[in-house]
Design a protein around this ligand. Structure first.
Ligand SMILES: Cc1cc2nc3c(=O)[nH]c(=O)nc-3n(C[C@H](O)[C@H](O)[C@H](O)COP(=O)(O)OP(=O)(O)OC[C@H]3O[C@@H](n4cnc5c(N)ncnc54)[C@H](O)[C@@H]3O)c2cc1C
Length: 357
């Protein structure tokens, strides 16, 4: 039987950073991940935006999480020899409504928020876009090439026989108080980073998951500068490949399946025809389900009743920033017994998880 410290289920952004940080702390592990091209991490645009919502407020714990994410991507990027994994970029936000214009005015003029300014060169933008009001430039954003990261880390794991590319089946997993066994592997703990598959996890399925579907078009837009992310009702994000951009997304709670829908494509194409002054061609249409939850806070830590089972899930719409931060917290909780942020610690659901079976 192969002995490791940790069995990690899933190699999305959560499982990637969790295995990386455990590896950095000298722990042994084995990852199980069935390859699927349309997981949330692979469909994601990988944008870290420090502001959110109609009132353009800072995202939760932004001052801690975003600088941490930047360092974490640089660290793993250096390890895997990936250049430009995390690109600093500004977001050109075409303010869509008078209400949002007011909110931006409040943040920039009254509250002197330094990460945003009213954009000065609107005339150049008018040669590329149609837009109704002012334009705000949001600095300190990051554009992460998550696909490249997942592929490079997977290749590294494959090289050292640290990953099984198969579907994991809970029926074959023995969970004891102080260890787990699965298909010839024995580990101290199993750490579940399954994304939306978490709803089928017998230990954590009672958590308040509230998934939503998101879609995007991959669009070729020759002539559009890749120096910025562009945002109005949809977001245009530069990709590494020549002339290609990711354009999305929506947040559909009442979805029928996880497939790309004709309705989304029609709506975005129509929107782009009015917003963009440049010609464009759609080259691909992708979709996935976000592992969101009712509280909009992640699920991190060990099961209160089964201490050999842990979780990192519920990253919702913010996996690119929350993933590295909470993977580090979980890794350091496991190795050094450090505290997990209370609002993210899964032990807040102790009651729900205790009456699971
Ligand atoms: C359209 C869209 C756009 C997005 N844009 C952004 C963005 O710009 N910025 C941002 O921060 N977030 C964004 N997100 C959200 C982000 O993608 C998620 O928060 C994040 O990817 C979740 O990562 P994860 O590792 O928890 O889950 P996943 O990426 O779903 O990974 C889970 C992995 O576990 C594997 N797995 C699960 N069960 C099993 C099993 N039984 N056997 C084997 N393997 C298994 C799956 O195959 C998968 O590889 C976006 C999401 C979508 C859908």
């Amino acid at each position: 039987m192969k002995q490791v410290d940790y069995l990690i289920l899933g190699q999305g952004i959560s499982g990637t950073f969790l295995s990386f940080f455990l590896f950095q702390e000298g722990q042994t592990f084995h990852v199980i991940d069935e390859y699927r091209p349309n997981t949330a991490s692979r469909v994601s645009s990988g944008v870290i935006n420090p502001v959110t919502g109609r009132r353009v407020v800072k995202t939760w714990m932004a001052d801690d999480i975003i600088p941490f994410a930047k360092k974490a991507y640089n660290k793993i990027g250096y390890f895997l020899r990936l250049e430009n994994l995390a690109q600093e970029i500004s977001i050109i936000d075409f303010v869509p409504t008078p209400q949002m214009l007011e909110a931006f005015h409040k943040r920039i003029t009254d509250e002197k928020e330094e990460s945003m300014t009213f954009h000065q060169n609107k005339e150049l933008l008018r040669t590329r876009f149609n837009f109704p009001f002012e334009v705000v430039e949001i600095k300190s954003s990051l554009n992460i090439n998550i696909w490249e990261l997942l592929t490079a880390w997977r290749d590294y794991l494959k090289k050292f026989d640290l990953i099984s590319e198969k579907k994991f089946d809970w029926n074959d997993c023995l969970v004891a108080t102080n260890h787990v066994e699965y298909n010839g592997i024995s580990a101290k703990k199993i750490l579940c980073c399954e994304g939306v598959e978490g709803m089928n996890n017998p230990y954590f399925k009672s958590l308040p998951f509230a998934f939503n579907k998101g879609e995007a078009l991959i669009v070729s837009i020759p002539g559009l500068s890749k120096e910025h992310i562009y945002k109005m009702s949809y977001t245009i994000v530069p990709l590494a490949e020549k002339d290609l951009f990711w354009v999305g997304s929506d947040y559909e709670r009442n979805y029928i399946d996880e497939k790309p829908s004709a309705m989304f494509r029609a709506m975005v194409e129509n929107y782009l025809q009015h917003w963009l002054k440049l010609p464009f061609t759609v080259v691909e249409h992708i979709a996935s389900i976000r592992p969101a939850n009712l509280e909009r806070r992640p699920f991190v830590g060990l099961h209160p009743v089964f201490p050999s089972v842990g979780i990192l899930n519920g990253l919702g719409t913010k996996g690119a920033s929350l993933g590295p931060f909470f993977a580090y917290q979980l890794a350091h909780h496991l190795v050094y017994n450090r505290e997990i942020e209370l609002l993210a610690d899964v032990k807040r659901f102790e009651k729900t998880l205790t009456i699971r079976k």
